[in-house]
Design a protein around this ligand. Structure first.
Ligand code: A3P
Length: 299
């Protein structure tokens, strides 16, 4: 590692069995005490499940399909990333809490926290929450490539090593299995729209309509079609306000793997060996035996 890399690469810290970065742990009291407001909308996901995509859809719905308004800032600044905190280097300084507190209502906030670590005020204020889940294998593949290109995350190690870490939940934001199951359970008690990346790929128009209905926004067919177009992978990949080329320069290296990498379902087939896949499936069955939650691994 270069000196710069050792400065950026985070030390991880375990909170309630969930790995977070040391800077996040250092401000945890403030995160936990965050005061959500009743009209806050929260977009919650496990990392790499389609957060940015959902953020763009929500922003487009909130701005009635006005692409210029949605280009006012990059995704990271339009929607505060609640728990994310990085003081150094200055070029990558970010405080989701500060951004959220400075933002006029109604706010849309992003988080990767599992339910047990979500600041209680979100439940108390009965905020609308949109949760997006992606099948484990594609989520893992996407997370692996993101670790490779993002110096702000720990070194993923080899593919084999990363698969192991993912299966044991020893990755940032903890176990994928607990995350998706926890939010699935929470939806029975709270205002949560639980969506799937695979459904969004299969029929974006239908899923965008679901989100609009949840947000109580009426969209004309024309606006709806405009949103479908502008939130497609191909268009977002070229949108500098959505493709992360404006954020974290020097931290994210898109030449290693672009943030807008493939945007498909079943890319895991290009990564898992047959043996790895069998082992993964067997372990998956055990870990997912106590939930009614079902994923599609291909379309
Ligand atoms: P891949 O690495 O599989 O390509 P997040 O925003 O949660 O970090 O998720 C990133 C993943 O969502 C990446 O997956 C990225 O390509 C994909 N993605 C981003 N925008 C998308 C879109 N408009 N349609 C489909 N996938 C998209």
């Amino acid at each position: 590692l270069s000196l710069e890399e050792t400065m950026i690469q985070p030390v991880l810290f375990e909170l309630d069995g969930v790995l977070l970065t040391q800077p996040i742990a250092s401000i945890w009291d403030q995160v936990w005490k965050f005061k959500a407001k009743p009209d806050d909308v929260l977009i919650a996901t496990y990392a790499k499940a389609g957060t940015t995509w959902t953020q763009e859809i929500v922003d487009m719905i909130q701005h009635n399909g006005d692409t210029e308004k949605c280009k006012r800032e990059s995704t990271y600044k339009r929607h505060p990333f609640l728990e994310w905190f990085l003081a150094e280097p200055p070029s990558a300084r970010y405080s989701g809490l500060e951004l959220a507190e400075a933002m006029p209502s109604p706010r849309t906030i992003k988080t990767h926290l599992p339910t047990q670590l979500l600041p209680p005020s979100f439940w108390e204020q009965n905020c609308k929450i949109i949760y997006v889940a992606r099948n484990a294998k594609d989520n893992l593949v996407s997370y692996y490539h993101f670790h490779r290109m993002n110096k702000g995350l720990p070194d993923p190690g080899t593919w084999e090593e990363f698969v192991e870490k993912f299966m044991t939940g020893k990755v940032l934001w903890g176990s994928w299995y607990d995350h998706v199951k926890g939010w699935w359970k929470a939806k029975d008690k709270h205002r949560i729209l639980y969506l799937f990346y695979e459904d969004m790929k299969e029929n974006p128009k239908r899923e965008i309509q679901k989100i609009a209905k949840f947000l109580e926004k009426d969209l004309s067919q024309e606006v709806l079609n405009k949103i479908v177009h502008n939130t497609s992978f191909e268009v977002m990949k070229e949108n500098p306000m959505a493709n992360y080329t404006k954020d974290f320069q020097g931290i994210m290296d898109h030449s290693i793997s672009p943030f807008m990498r493939k945007g498909t379902v079943a890319d895991w087939k290009n990564h898992f060996t047959v043996a790895q896949n069998e082992k993964f499936d067997e372990d998956y069955k055990k870990k997912m035996s106590d939930t009614s939650l079902v994923f599609r691994m291909e379309l």
